[in-house]
Design a protein around this ligand. Structure first.
Ligand SMILES: Cc1ncc(COP(=O)(O)O)c(C=O)c1O
Length: 403
């Protein structure tokens, strides 16, 4: 059981806000924000390089905690500046040749598609989409056939998309990919910190995530998991730098043996320290407990939106995440956000450019997105639902303030 009073006392942002935008960026616990501030003020007083050397042991605990979160070893973990940065570092390590094929789903993150379009434009890589089942997840039979037919170099799947509460069966996908020579890259940006993620068990070769979302860490921080298989195959980012490798003679460099080869020499040490603190915080609460609490809040929110009868929930999938999307007619995304901001409720909207395939099928231009996390209360959900129910009343539409 989560000690709700304690986690809320640790979260100053809760005092005045109802924050339902954890899929965007969560509220940092006090401990995380303090470690960020303290580290920067120590850099100011002690010198950045000197402080990093002094705090080496504590900074290294990031790898220990991230490994515990993903059931990996610290050697499998790289610190990155974002989920996209980690994803692209992994992508750049895949030994693509012209004509190679990549299998994707119709619900992957837009930046991932853009990377593949760019690879297609520059190197002639083809990407092929695996069909969805009628309930919305990736169709495993179609995946099985396409693995045979296309012999893809890579399969890349977003565990939970940015644009809906769909949860992809990443373990079953991993089992099928593991039977082939293809590599498997999982974008776990929205799932780390929200639900359990077991990187070796899903057979991920690479897995990327962000700290600022359900892990409640700072901005500008990410995790990249690199499997033993990828390390043994000596995969390395295209632009490996002098942190990832040693330049040992005029024509030679030697890559680091561990996932550190995916890191960049320059990065935010304050961010690394605060990311470590966020991981510690999540692990202390327990991911299973967090997931169970999120499930409760998610069910309550979905039931309330349905009950109002005014908004259509747009999430597909047998299992749903703590990301609830619904369509709103007669208002713009900006009007909806401002309406809620004026009542100190943070939520977000997602436009079709984040979900080209999914929203085309759903015939949507945009959706409203609400993403609660374990520290939200049932009462906050009720306040949100009440505000949502009143959104179509003229008396309330004038309340919006500029944000
Ligand atoms: C599924 C998914 N992948 C990747 C990202 C990108 O994360 P970042 O902004 O840290 O690169 C997001 C951000 O919303 C996301 O939802």
């Amino acid at each position: 059981m989560i000690n709700l009073a304690q986690v809320r006392a640790d979260t100053p942002g809760c005092e005045k806000l109802i924050h339902l935008n954890n899929a965007g960026a969560s509220l940092m616990p006090r401990q995380v924000a303090e470690s960020l501030r303290n580290y920067i003020s120590r850099e100011e007083r002690e010198g950045s390089y000197e402080l990093a050397a002094r705090e080496d042991e504590e900074l290294n605990r990031f790898y220990e905690f991230a490994a515990a979160l993903l059931h990996a070893r610290p050697e499998n973990i790289a610190f990155t500046s974002s989920a996209t940065n980690g994803y692209n570092l992994a992508l750049s390590a895949i030994p693509f040749r012209a004509g190679d094929c990549v299998l994707l789903s119709s619900n992957d993150y837009p930046s991932n598609y853009i990377s593949f379009l760019s690879l297609e434009k520059r190197f002639g890589i083809k990407f092929v989409q695996v069909r969805d089942t009628p309930s919305g997840e990736l169709d495993l039979d179609d995946l099985r056939q396409k693995l045979k037919k296309f012999n893809p170099r890579l399969v890349s799947i977003s565990h939970i998309p940015t644009s809906s509460g769909l949860v992809q069966p990443i373990e079953e996908i991993g089992k099928l990919v593991h039977e082939t020579d293809s590599l498997y890259l999982v974008d776990a940006c929205q799932s780390v910190g929200q639900i359990p993620v077991h990187a070796p068990e899903i057979h991920a070769d690479f897995l990327s995530g962000a700290l600022r979302k359900f892990l409640r860490g700072p901005r500008g921080a990410g995790i990249l998991y690199v499997s033993d298989k990828a390390l043994d195959q000596k995969l390395e980012p295209l632009f490996i730098d002098m942190h990832g490798a040693d330049w040992v003679s005029a024509g030679k460099y030697i890559q680091k043996p561990d996932a550190g080869r995916f890191e960049e020499w320059e990065h935010s040490y304050a961010g690394l320290m605060a990311a470590k603190e966020a991981l510690r915080y999540a692990l202390e609460i327990g991911i299973e407990a967090i997931a169970a609490r999120n499930r409760q809040l998610d069910l309550k929110l979905r039931a309330g939106i349905k009950r109002s009868g005014k908004y259509k929930i747009q999430d597909r999938g047998k299992e749903k995440a703590s990301i609830i999307t619904f369509s709103v007619s007669g208002k713009s995304p900006d009007e909806v956000k401002k309406y809620f901001y004026a009542q100190n409720i943070n939520m977000n909207t997602v436009s079709r450019t984040s979900a080209i395939y999914d929203f085309a099928e759903k015939e949507l231009e945009w959706v409203a997105r609400v993403s609660p996390h374990y520290y939200n209360t049932e009462e906050e959900i009720d306040i949100f639902l009440d505000a949502l129910d009143k959104m179509d009343q003229p008396a309330y539409s004038g309340k919006a303030k500029a944000v």
